[in-house]
Design a protein around this ligand. Structure first.
Ligand SMILES: [Zn+2]
Ligand SMILES: [Zn+2]
Length: 348
């Protein structure tokens, strides 16, 4: 079958005709992939940066955001049947540890990630544990269902504290930042402010209805955010960039008592003025990873059903699976929202 993989420990990805799955094992389902989203994680693996070169063991089929139809079910699987449309949670967890057993499986230390640690979904077929599969509502089109995973990251981060009536600053309008704009608006935030240096993504942020979109490098960024928040600063910050400067500026402008939700991954250690911008402000920092299983998935499903136009605005490019290299070039240039790969021409 056709698959996109990290064949060797070097930059880039390649495609190959690989062996199809032998079938789902007990408790697993085999999915014929129809569409898949290209994620920042895939881009890290494409670049073969420090993180991915330590983590990924080639050859590895990549990709973890997908939707498709169940082709076969393994022994003991009773809640899914062939033909059913599913996406899947990409974190495969142990199910036995204290975190898994107390509703915090997204923090399981034994997590193996589809397309990172185990065979991924940029292929005609992928096998996943049935417990990870998510039955997709009939009213959600494939192109939206393919991105449950990143929309879920945004949903998880944006629902750590209630947004209704609050002023929200989102730092970074990559895909997850863009989803966060739609979620903050749909959850009743008072003002949604965004900092984003890329003109392409800043335009998308405006189209999604952000009240203020500013270039973080501009001299009056802080003044503009303060003037939009009655001089108080935002009460909630969603840090989606992983950029140390963006985090420092956000902490400086944030209101006293602010909640600062950190999702973007910095590439190295970050220095902060803890005394002035966290302790004296009484700010709360929240680290967020993955999606709550499966509370976040229900929330995302409802969001997608109510906001199809938001989804379509963020999904800027749809490419045939074999044109994946073009997708990575778009991401490298920052000239895209979400890039979707279409495997339907490939599906057996
Ligand atoms: Zn992802
Ligand atoms: Zn566990």
């Amino acid at each position: 079958m056709f698959a996109i993989l990290k064949a060797r420990p070097e930059q880039g990805l390649s495609h190959a005709d690989v062996e199809s799955p032998k079938g789902p094992g007990p408790g697993e389902v085999e999915v014929a992939v129809s569409m898949a989203g290209v994620c920042g994680t895939d881009f890290h693996i494409w670049k073969w940066d420090e993180w991915s070169s330590r983590r990924v063991k080639p050859p590895m089929v990549v990709g973890h955001e997908f939707v498709g139809r169940i082709a076969r079910v393994g022994e003991g699987v009773h809640h899914f049947s062939p033909g059913q449309r599913v996406s899947a949670e990409c974190h495969v967890t142990c199910g036995h540890c204290r975190l898994c057993r107390t509703g915090r499986a997204h923090l399981c230390r034994e997590t193996s990630i589809i397309g990172v640690d185990r065979t991924g979904a940029f292929a005609e077929r992928v096998v996943v544990p049935a417990g990870n599969a998510w039955a997709v509502d009939d009213a959600i089109p494939d192109r939206h269902a393919a991105v449950f995973d990143p929309c879920g990251n945004a949903m998880h981060a944006a629902t750590i504290v209630p947004l209704a009536g609050r002023d929200v600053l989102i730092t970074g309008a990559g895909t997850i930042g863009l989803f966060s704009i739609g979620i903050a608006r749909s959850h009743g935030a008072r003002r949604v402010m965004v900092t984003e240096p890329s003109p392409y993504r800043a335009r998308l942020a405006r189209e999604l209805g952000a009240d203020l979109v500013v270039d973080p490098r501009a001299a009056d960024t802080r003044a503009q955010i303060l003037s939009m928040t009655d001089g108080q600063g935002p009460e909630i910050v969603l840090e989606m960039s992983g950029n140390a400067g963006a985090l420092r500026s956000a902490l400086e402008v944030a209101s006293n008592g602010a909640h600062v939700v950190l999702l973007g991954l910095p590439g190295s250690d970050v220095t902060l003025d803890l005394a002035e911008t966290v302790i004296m402000k009484g700010a709360t920092l929240h680290g967020v990873t993955g999606r709550r299983m499966f509370g976040t998935w229900y929330d995302v499903s409802a969001f997608m059903l109510r906001n199809p136009e938001v989804m379509d605005r963020i999904l800027t490019h749809r490419l045939a699976a074999q044109d994946y290299a073009e997708g990575f070039d778009l991401i490298a240039a920052g000239n895209c929202g979400k890039v979707i790969l279409d495997f339907t021409g490939k599906a057996a």
